[in-house]
Ligand binder design. Structure first.
Ligand SMILES: Nc1ncnc2c1ncn2[C@@H]1O[C@H](COP(=O)(O)OP(=O)(O)O)[C@@H](O)[C@H]1O
Ligand SMILES: [Mg+2]
Length: 268
């Protein structure tokens, strides 16, 4: 079966143990670099990035196109490896994991949501949500029960048997979010999750992510271009040319957070 979501791909059949004891939303990124080779050209996508998140909450990453946001998110989600530096997420040092450990880490310890919803077009909403459980050997009764509960909590109970092409963009993204929550991860990464949606629907999606962070005490890290969404984050990391330019504490302050953020983004 072709899996559009690299997070769901199985790399081999071995089942190494990922530590199950730590269920915390900690993120520690230290001195991470990543260079891509484009023919003979070297692209330094990340040039020494440090990021620390010690408490659950709703966090944002902003920066111009090409500044390294997706690269950083992919590294923190275990989809790729850094060239140098260390990355610890949800109690696991992922930079030293092998491929099969990373596969289990991605499936069980974190959730990932992309701009493209990456749903399987031939599966209905419920089967899309439960697919990671099937790949993990979760019993059908349990995974269907979990999947239905999640769809219901995201307002999609009536959509469980619909295939993606019968769902709106906002509904598809909520199905993708439900799928990301199947293993009740402590950390959820979202790379421009509202990028394909109109602004009203996009707002529903990022508000949902914020609510999940609060209600489930999760760490949600979202890359976004929307200052109005970023203004609702606890903290926003601003990246430029592969390094963090600044960190803006929002802390739910009503003291014109969008203005403060605007000044940071403008490099002032
Ligand atoms: N797989 C890749 N191969 C080559 N270059 C890449 C690859 N992925 C990203 N890059 C380059 O790395 C830089 C950062 O990209 P990216 O992390 O996608 O930025 P952003 O998400 O902030 O737009 C860009 O110059 C991009 O062209
Ligand atoms: Mg990107």
């Amino acid at each position: 079966m072709e899996l559009g979501n690299p997070a769901l791909a199985r790399t081999d059949n071995s089942e190494p143990q990922v530590r199950q004891d730590e269920v915390c939303g900690l993120i520690r990124v230290a001195e991470v670099t990543k260079t891509y080779l484009m023919g003979k050209r070297r692209v330094e996508a990340l040039r020494g990035v440090d990021l620390r998140i010690s408490e659950p909450g709703f966090y944002g990453i902003m920066g111009p196109s090409g500044s390294g946001k997706s690269t950083l998110l992919h590294l923190m989600a275990g989809l790729d490896r850094p060239d140098t530096g260390t990355i610890e997420v949800a109690g696991s040092r992922i930079d030293s994991m092998n491929e099969s450990e990373l596969t289990l880490f991605r499936r069980r310890k974190i959730g990932i949501v992309f701009q493209q919803y990456n749903l399987i077009s031939t599966l209905n909403a419920l089967d899309n949500v439960t697919l990671p459980g099937m790949l993990d050997g979760m019993r059908p009764g349990e995974r269907n029960e979990r999947g239905l509960r999640l769809l219901k909590s995201l307002g999609l109970a009536e959509r469980a048997t619909h295939r993606p092409d019968a769902l709106s963009g906002g509904e598809q993204q909520r199905v993708a979010i439900a799928r990301a929550l199947l293993f009740e991860p402590a950390v959820l990464f979202a790379d421009e999750p509202t990028g394909n949606l109109d602004s009203a629907t996009g707002q529903q999606v990022w508000r949902l992510l914020k609510q999940l962070a609060h209600d489930r005490r999760m760490t949600v890290v979202m890359v976004t271009h929307e200052p109005s969404a970023a203004a609702h984050c606890r903290r926003v990391f601003v990246i430029r040319d592969g390094v963090f330019q600044s960190t803006v504490e929002m802390n739910g302050s009503t003291d014109a957070p969008e203005l403060a953020l605007g000044a940071q983004l403008a490099g002032r």
